[in-house]
Design a protein around this ligand. Structure first.
Ligand SMILES: [Zn+2]
Length: 75
């Protein structure tokens, strides 16, 4: 149902919660570094994460998941 006030939901890859997209930060991999995409318009595959250190740390540590989500090649 698309109606006024529709809120896109994304999954935080740190804690797995489903959260309104605007409450999450989008992260994209650029030249091997995970950077924030504040305007959510950078090219490439992104992952979403809560705006807190705990989730961010969990996400960054979970390299296997990151690789899968971002389709990175090699190590
Ligand atoms: Zn989270």
């Amino acid at each position: 149902m698309m109606k006024r006030g529709y809120v896109p939901i994304r999954t935080c890859r740190g804690c797995g919660r489903k959260v309104p997209k605007m409450e999450l930060v989008r992260l994209v991999m650029i030249n091997g570094a995970l950077v924030e995409d504040p305007d959510q318009n950078l090219a490439g595959r992104g992952v979403y994460c809560c705006r807190n250190e705990l989730c961010r740390t969990r996400l960054v540590k979970n390299k296997k998941t990151l690789r899968r989500l971002l389709r990175l090649q090699g190590g």
